[in-house]
Write a protein of this length. Structure first.
Length: 319
């Protein structure tokens, strides 16, 4: 089934300023926004709105951050916009690409670029957020899991191309037969390798929480990225959150041999369908899969690849 109806996006925020997830006690955290201007990642707090009075920019001192202005920024925001950035290398703003960016002239140049971007209201999105916005009126297929994502994505992409289907894609490795890792066009489908790692330096949500797939698979859950997910439970929670972002009529295939994933599949049984992996045998160095009473030669081998093939096949049949 194809899905082509545009969907409502996340709640609107000032143009170019997506929200930032900061500690609960951070001063005025609801005013915080993330922004990338060229290679520089910024944390900016914005109070009020453009009005009859000119904007005010409040700059903190060395070794401080935007919270230096926490008691005065709101008071100044009547009838104007107040912009309070963390300077490069301070607070939640990233370090500049060069040492010059930490000098006073370098910071001034970077700050001028930030203010120009704000003046022009240039939209700025994290990469996964942009991918979702590009594909909001497409049928989205997401391949997630701790392992096998790229292999399963590649199998599905080759199957779709073999059947003459036009599709966009985002995959995590260079694939033979495809001249780039990302394709963005007006195709009606988009295949996305769904990564659970951080969306950006200032958006700690897993990337795959942006995508809201119509069809998906999860190949397994094996604790990874311990710098982001300090416990196995927090890692599993990311996949639970992913399933919660799927539409009510989504179809998600989950590998049945993974205990943690099987528990999530039962929790989200209305959208999850378990799969096992295709049966296969090796004859004189050639792998053959057994399916519907027939034997098919394939160019991959091993138990995990039979699981990947099964997931890719189920997704291809669903589209």
């Amino acid at each position: 089934m194809m899905h082509g109806t545009p969907e409502a996006g996340p709640p609107a925020v000032p143009p170019g300023l997506p929200p930032v997830d900061l500690p609960p006690d951070w001063p005025h955290r609801s005013a915080s926004r993330a922004m990338a201007v060229g290679p520089q990642l910024w944390h900016v707090q914005v109070f009020g709105a453009p009005g009859p009075r000119p904007d005010i920019v409040l700059l903190h001192g060395a070794s401080a951050s935007a919270h230096s202005w926490r008691d005065i920024a709101t008071a100044l925001a009547a009838g104007r916009r107040v912009i309070v950035p963390d300077l490069p290398g301070h607070g939640w703003t990233g370090r500049p690409a060069t040492a010059h960016g930490l000098s006073l002239p370098g910071m001034a140049a970077l700050l001028a670029e930030l203010l120009r971007a704000l003046e022009l209201q240039i939209p700025v999105y994290s990469f996964p957020d942009y991918i979702y916005r590009h594909s909001s009126n497409k049928t989205r297929i997401v391949i997630a899991g701790s392992h096998g994502k790229t292999s399963t994505t590649a199998m599905l992409m080759h199957a779709l191309r073999h059947n003459g289907m036009d599709f966009d894609y985002l995959v995590g490795a260079a694939l033979p037969g495809f001249d780039r890792m990302v394709r963005l066009s007006d195709a009606p489908l988009m295949v996305i390798e769904g990564d659970e790692y951080l969306s950006s330096a200032l958006d700690p949500r897993p990337k795959f929480l942006h995508y809201r797939p119509h069809y998906a698979c999860i190949t397994g859950i094996a604790w990874d990225h311990i710098n982001v997910f300090p416990t196995f439970e927090s890692y599993v929670q990311a996949f639970d959150d992913f399933l919660q972002t799927c539409p009510e009529d989504a179809q998600v295939y989950t590998f049945s041999g993974d205990q943690a994933l099987a528990e999530l599949s039962r929790k989200h049984r209305s959208i999850c369908t378990p799969y096992d992996g295709l049966s296969a045998e090796n004859q004189a160095g050639q792998t053959y899969i057994q399916y519907e009473g027939r034997s098919w030669p394939v160019g991959v081998f091993g138990r995990h690849n039979m699981q990947n093939l099964h997931a890719a096949m189920l997704l291809a049949e669903s589209i």
